[in-house]
Design a protein around this ligand. Structure first.
Ligand SMILES: NC(=O)c1ccc[n+]([C@@H]2O[C@H](COP(=O)([O-])OP(=O)(O)OC[C@H]3O[C@@H](n4cnc5c(N)ncnc54)[C@H](OP(=O)(O)O)[C@@H]3O)[C@@H](O)[C@H]2O)c1
Length: 318
């Protein structure tokens, strides 16, 4: 009874693996990447450049662009783009169009992102959410809609970087909301563009050591917010809350943040170079063994674990 099932599963796994390994022929196609100043975007730009792709890298700052240009080949071109500014997106779109010409755009990687303030929801304002949503969700939507005609022309690919926090909202703040939103946009985009030969992949990394997960920056943001909270809110949480919250956050980040960014860039490269790109990639051990399995557990169980790990407000009702 069990033997045919096991053999069937084994055969399916081998066939899946063989299909997954098939690559497109080496290519000098155009790929546009957002947020190439640092982290995954910068690494991917350099790796695709080495592979012979014609990389069009957008950076937020002139220094980021200059720095990248200095270490890349002359095939790689940089431009400045702020994904929260529609005019900046339109200008970058025209720049891409000039570069790609009749060939169209083969790849778009929506990578730019920010963490914003991560902390208890009652400490936050609507503006905190807006700032993060503008970069992480509305930015990629604006960039994608602008470049879709060029992607359609090349029967290209869109790769959106979300996060495991777009599958499980483990903390308060705009970050999880923004990544859940980008997941939803990517799912509908994939279905709507399939008839036109445009493929859409989602890369959901676990935690990696980049500026987005920089502990000092995250701590500074939360400490500044604490200092500005109304006295009643501070009394509700108690002075010890912030210290314990930051300690727990630091302990978790130090434990799970992976320094090997190539785990993410390899997934991004697969999404652009494989004959059959996957719908979802989950780079990082924490994504595979912790966050994604937890996202399928009953909410009550996840809530109980998080409540046990995080500190309690001084005036919490029992
Ligand atoms: N690191 C992780 O653990 C992790 C996990 C899951 C998902 N992610 C996602 O991966 C993506 C890349 O992040 P990363 O970890 O590589 O961190 P990163 O090095 O900070 O990369 C983010 C990039 O986006 C740029 N950026 C910020 N605001 C922008 C704007 N308004 N317009 C255009 N570009 C902007 C940043 O420019 P500046 O450097 O000039 O600020 C930076 O180059 C993000 O979407 C992030 O949410 C990261």
């Amino acid at each position: 009874m069990w033997l045919p099932v096991l053999l069937g599963a084994l055969l399916w796994a081998v066939l899946w693996w063989l299909r997954d390994r098939q690559c497109l022929p080496a290519s000098d196609a155009f790929v546009f990447i957002t947020g190439c100043d640092s982290g995954f975007g910068r690494l991917l730009a350099l790796r695709l450049d080495q592979k012979g792709f014609r990389v069009l890298a957008s950076c937020l700052t002139p220094s980021g662009a200059e720095d990248l240009q200095q270490v890349a080949s002359s095939r790689l071109h940089t431009t400045l783009m702020d994904v929260t500014d529609p005019q900046s997106i339109q200008q970058a779109g025209k720049w891409v169009e000039t570069h790609v010409g009749e060939a169209g755009l083969f790849g778009l990687v929506n990578n730019a992102g920010v963490a914003g303030i991560i902390g208890p929801t009652p400490w936050l304002t609507q503006d905190d959410f807006l700032r993060v949503l503008n970069v992480n969700t509305l930015g990629p939507i604006g960039v994608t809609l602008t470049l879709l005609p060029l992607l359609q022309q090349a029967r290209g690919r869109v790769v959106n970087i979300t996060s495991v926090l777009g599958r499980l909202a483990a903390n308060g703040g705009g970050y999880c909301v923004s990544k859940f939103g980008l997941e939803a946009f990517s799912d509908s985009l994939r279905r709507d563009m399939a008839p036109f030969g445009v493929q859409v992949s989602i890369v959901e990394p676990g935690f990696f050591q980049t500026p987005v997960t920089n502990l000092e920056t995250l701590e500074d943001a939360l400490q500044t917010r604490w200092a500005r909270l109304p006295p009643a809110t501070r009394a509700c949480y108690g002075e010890a809350f912030l210290t314990t919250y930051l300690k727990v956050q630091a302990r978790i980040m130090n434990l799970i943040c992976d320094p090997d960014l190539t785990k993410v860039s390899r997934c991004l490269e697969h999404a652009l170079t494989a004959r059959h790109p996957r719908t979802r990639y989950s780079p990082g051990w924490d994504a595979k063994v912790l966050w994604l399995p937890a996202s399928y557990l009953p909410a009550s169980l996840v809530d109980a674990v998080l409540a046990w790990v995080l500190p309690k407000p001084a005036q919490a009702v029992s």
